[in-house]
Structure formats: C-alpha cells, structure tokens
Design a protein around this ligand. Sequence first.
Ligand code: PLP
Length: 419
Amino acid sequence: MIREQSHYENLEKELIAAAETQDRYDLETINLIAPASPTPRKYIDIPLQHADIAEGLLEHRPYAGAEGFNQIESIAAKTACELFDADHANVQPHAVSPANQAVYQAFLENGDRVLAMKFEDGGHLTHGHGKNFSGRYFDFDFYGVGKDGLLDYDAIDQKAAEFKPKMIVCGASSYPRIINFERLAQSAKKVGAYLMADLSHPAGLIVGGRFPKPFPHCDAVTLTLDKTMLGPHGGIILTKNEYKEKIDKAVHPGVQSSIPLRRIYEMAQCLIDSGKPWFQDFTGRIIQNIKVFEQVFSKYPNLMVTGGSDTHLMVLDTLNTFGLTGKDAEATLEGIGILTNRQVIPGETQKPYVASGIRLGSTWITARGFDEKDTQKVAETVLKNLENPNNPVLQSDSKKEMLELTKISRKDDVWHGQA
Ligand SMILES: Cc1ncc(COP(=O)(O)O)c(C=O)c1O
C-alpha cells in the first residue's frame, strides 16, 4: 500500500537521523572489532559520479559502451596480481562468501570432500558450517588446533591422508597466528587435492610483508579489501593461469550477474594505495599495537588463545579467566565505549551466540592514529574492566577516559593523508 507523501518524508528524516547517530557513535567509541577499519573519505568522494553497473566478465561484456568499465576493472585486477604475486585476479565477487562459493563451484562437484579448519578453532561459516551453503552441498571434514591453540600440521597431514579430500581450505576468521602454506601444499599434493586459502583477514599484512605469501603454494586465494587493506567491501579471487577460465566462469555466470563499477574503482584505488611505501609502515604499526595488547594481557597466562598473536587480531578466553562469557565480556566493554565481538574458542562449551571469549584487533585504532601509548591505555582499560565487570565507579571513569581518547580518532582520515 502506498501512503501519503508526509509518511515518506518522515521516514526519510528518521533514516538521516539514524545515520547521523551512527556516525557520532562511530567517532565516540573505540573499535577493536578485528575486521573493522574506517572507510577513507577518498573512497567516498570518488571521481566516478555517473557510474552504472557492469555485466559480464572483463573484456567480455554483452553490450556497448563498456570500454571504461574494462579499463577500470583491468587496473584493479592487474594491481591485485602484482601485490599478491598471482597470475590472474577476478575482482567481481560482491563479497568473500560468494568468492568462496565460486571457488568451490570451479573446482568441485556437489558432494565432493573438502577438508577445512573447524569453526570453533578459527574457521569461517563458508568453510563447511552445517548451516551454510558450503556444509550443505559439499562433504566437509575438519582439522583443528592442538592443545596450544596452534595448527598441528602433522595432524592435518594425517587427516588429509585418511579423508582424501578433493580440496583443502585454509585461512581463518579468528586464528591469530601465521599459516604455513608450504606445509599445507605438501599435504594437499600427497592426496592430489587443491589448496585454497581464504585470506580475508591478513590480506593487508601480506601486502605489507608481515604474513607469508600464499603463491606459489595455493591454487586459489580469496580475500577482501575491507579489513587489513582499509578498502571497500567486496571479494577478490586470485589464481594460477591454468585455472583462470574455471574461476571466471564460476563467478559469472556461475554465481553473479552484474557488478557496481563504483566499487571496482574503489578497489583499484585501495590496491594502488597499499602498494605505496607508507603501507609497509602502517602494517608494522598494526603489529606494534597488537604487541602492546599482548604484553598487557600476558598478566594472565591462559587469557590469550595461543598465548598471543602474530597478526592484527587476538582471541581472549574470558570465561575461563574471569568467569565472563564472551557475550557478557563484549557487553561490559561496550558499556565503556570499547567495541569487540564475542568469539567461540577452541574446545568451546557455550552456544555460539554466547561463546567463551572475545576477539579483538588493532587495525581500526592504528588507522585512526593510535600509537603504542594510546593502545597501552586501551589495553589496560580492557583488562581492568574484565577483571572488575561490576564496578560502576571504574566503569564511569573508564568511559570518560575512552571518550577522551577518541579525540585522536576524530581527525578525519589520519591514515589517508599518508597514501
Ligand atoms: C575468513 C573469512 N572468510 C569469509 C568471510 C566472509 O566475508 P563476507 O562478509 O565479505 O562475505 C569472512 C568475514 O567475516 C572471513 O573472516
């Protein structure tokens, strides 16, 4: 039912007010959510003012007027290949979930066996979770981490030998350590399996030289630019020359139809920016800041899953250390203006919506200009409040201190000035 004009005018006012409230909230909170990164103004005010959607693969559009589309998409694809040492890049997937779907579709038939990392140990929904398309259409089995929380490559090798998968999937949402692609490629090779890596999280660290490069060990790699790359949301598939046609066809017409040209332009801009020298320094600062958390949290030997982090993220076992579920720990920190997310941990005993831990990351604060001294204050405040979740005086003081600290992050585009 269409209503009168005033109804829609009121809805529009509500919409704008909600967005303004969210904007203010973003500036007045400290975002430690591991995938979070601020959107640079450069990617909002782009020169492509009249952009449309494009359909079809690069250089194979089913209509006229696509020359500009081809040029923009080919700069994005070429730059992605350069940065990650890949032969071929498809930058069309709307997100990493459809990128993963396309890779499975390219290499597998329904019902084929796939070996991936267990969800509680760090894997993602699209790596075979029973409620996700991946777990419903393919026969997944899982490897996990050892008692120390680290990937046990011998155990993976053995599991692969027994299960004989057609593909091994690596890469994770909440594994804070580097991944040995060479070791996994050896396990895959022994059983004739493809090796796919979902590197959504560490993509920027790879470009910055702080995480191992997936090629030549992997057959296909998926990633996004919106986490450690500081860019727009979207998916990229990288592959070797021999698989490029399979991958392209799996993306279109296999999974998707048209793509927004603005997003492809933003991706190209982000890829170009991350190839510049400042980005190496920036990723170094991400790691420096996570090391500050590591040092503060080392007061409790079992608080950090795996004992620490090599990357931009870490996982805290709050239930066994402080008797706080992940949900409660998340709410405690949210109450003082620090955002994190509840996180399932290895050996999880709670439902995923409650969880035993939280995950936190250093990308957002680093991009917003927090140095080691600022990060130290944040880390100490997180710890004090997890130790004392029912202390209103502490909470009120912490909230004021954190609000004061957000003044650093209100300078627009701290990082972007450097690109
Ligand atoms: C490892 C991993 N894969 C896939 C995804 C899904 O990405 P998207 O939300 O872009 O579909 C995520 C996102 O959170 C992720 O961490």
